[in-house]
Design a protein around this ligand. Structure first.
Ligand SMILES: *Cc1c(COP(=O)(O)O)cnc(C)c1O
Length: 469
């Protein structure tokens, strides 16, 4: 499989190189040159497979030519073997023909584990083969950091540095990062805000001299392998609900448009999906596009669902590429105009095309808490605030009651106690067994001032399994 850039100017890469690449050299994002397509009969024949075997069937074409089948199978078995539920992604029924897909049984209790558990193992496999080591530097406001650290903790060839804003992440989220020990794991609390952390990561990619030749890798949601891993659970859910003979609808709590873009790809690969609901919080740039063809940058509004607090959605460009007939020059022009003006809209017929599949809704904090309370009352299922937004949007936007509607449950409620307590059901919160002693475990973290050079000096000093690069 070869991968091309959404802006049409960067060289095509194979899977191994795209795994290490991050942004394309023309500023675009990598996408498969040709998406694999499965027949209905082929998909139907996967019914009943364990999760890791289904994952192999769905992802095999994407890694073809880079990872031999036997090795890939073993990587997938290890990846999904660490999940705490034997079904990996169990479905729970909320109402007639209404479901949530629980994606929070991984080590850090959020759906990001599906991709980052795999990414860490794939990186280590490819690096061992090449005899290379890399450094990962990432910024987090919460979920991504812990999932990335958990994904890399056993990697022999990766040192990971995760920056979070000092005293500005929740205690559960901080402890999920700082209690993971390993000589290749480095938590840095920056005396600044999340934007300061993100800025430092960006500046480090732009000028990598301090790494003394060691390659820098990105694990943010633009990494193709993360999208790829998320395609699988759409197949998994549909197969349990009568697919592919019958179509299924999904509602997806959305920030950077990564998770829902994976659903869009699943449909283009042959899975009958009749509707995708883009569910946002007050940071509703995607809802404004889907409802009115206006993708306009706004200011950031902090909400009770912080993992979706974004101003622009980094993966949206991948959809734009398809909506423009995969014309990289057209996308490059659109994105450079967006960069200058902060505004973007597409031709009417392209927008109408998108609306055949996508609906959307923006849900505020009050409605989020109400939904948590209502669903708990009615079913005993405790939703996290991101999932509650998905459920509310699913109910409002649903096109057909005859088609199963599945909301992706993106995090365990214990990660976001503030919203659950505001909803009046905080008593029901409980840490899952494998994290029961989270508050007793020792923490490891270095506090640094908001200073790029100090952060980079720390990386140079510790970037080779705790020793200098
Ligand atoms: C990251 C995250 C999201 C948003 O996912 P995108 O791929 O950015 O759309 C939603 N919910 C939770 C809990 C998350 O951690």
């Amino acid at each position: 499989m070869r991968y091309i850039s959404t802006r049409g100017q960067a060289p095509a890469l194979n899977f191994e190189d795209v795994l290490l690449a991050g942004l394309a050299s023309d500023g675009g994002l990598y996408v498969p040159e040709n998406l694999p397509r499965f027949t209905v009969e082929e998909i139907a024949s996967w019914s009943g497979l364990p999760y890791h075997e289904l994952a192999f069937k769905v992802m095999r074409p994407f890694v073809a030519g880079s990872i031999p089948d036997a090795d890939f199978k073993q990587i997938l078995q290890e990846t999904y073997g660490v999940f705490a539920h034997s079904a990996v992604a169990p479905l729970r029924q909320l109402d007639s023909n209404e479901w949530v897909l629980e994606l929070f049984h991984g080590p850090t209790l959020a759906f990001k584990d599906f991709a980052l558990q795999l990414l860490g193992r794939l990186l280590d496999y490819v690096l061992a083969k090449r005899g290379e080591r890399v450094v990962i530097i990432g910024a987090t406001s919460g979920d991504t950091g812990s999932a990335a650290i958990e994904g890399c903790r056993r990697c022999d060839n990766v040192d990971i540095f995760i920056l979070h804003p000092h005293n500005r992440v929740s205690e559960v989220q901080r402890r999920q990062m700082t209690t993971i020990s390993g000589e290749n794991i480095h938590n840095i609390a920056i005396e600044g805000n999340f934007d300061d952390c993100q800025e430092m990561v960006k500046d480090s990619f732009a000028d990598q001299g301090f790494l003394k030749g060691t390659r820098l890798v990105a694990v943010n949601s633009i990494n193709w392998a993360r999208i790829m891993a998320q395609i699988v659970y759409y197949f998994h859910a549909a197969l349990q609900l009568g697919g592919p003979a019958r179509s299924v609808a999904f509602s997806v709590p959305t920030g950077n448009f990564g998770d829902i873009f994976a659903g869009y790809l699943a449909r283009n690969m042959g899975l009958p999906i009749s509707q995708l609901v883009v569910a946002t919080n007050r940071n509703d740039i995607l809802h404004r596009f889907m409802s009115g063809n206006r993708y306009d940058k706004d200011t950031l509004h902090p909400s009770l669902s912080p993992s979706m607090d974004i101003m622009v959605s980094s993966n949206f460009e991948r959809l734009l590429f398809d909506l423009h007939g995969r014309n990289g020059a057209a996308v490059a022009e659109l994105m450079s105009a967006f960069k200058a003006s902060g505004k973007l809209s597409v031709e009417e017929e392209r927008w109408t095309e998108a609306r055949k599949l996508f609906d959307s809704l923006a849900v505020d904090d009050e409605q989020t808490c109400k939904t948590i309370a209502e669903v708990f009352e009615a079913t005993g299922e405790l939703l996290d605030p991101h999932t509650a937004i998905g459920v509310y949007a699913a109910r409002e936007c649903r096109r057909s009651l005859a088609i199963p509607m599945v909301t992706l449950a993106t995090a365990h409620p214990v990660k976001f106690p503030e919203a659950v307590e505001k909803a009046g059901v905080g008593k029901a919160l409980e840490l899952p067994a494998h994290l029961a002693d989270l508050f007793e475990r020792p923490e490891r973290c270095t506090v640094l001032s908001n200073d790029l050079k100090a952060m980079q000096a720390f990386v140079t000093e510790h970037g080779n399994r705790g020793k200098p690069l």
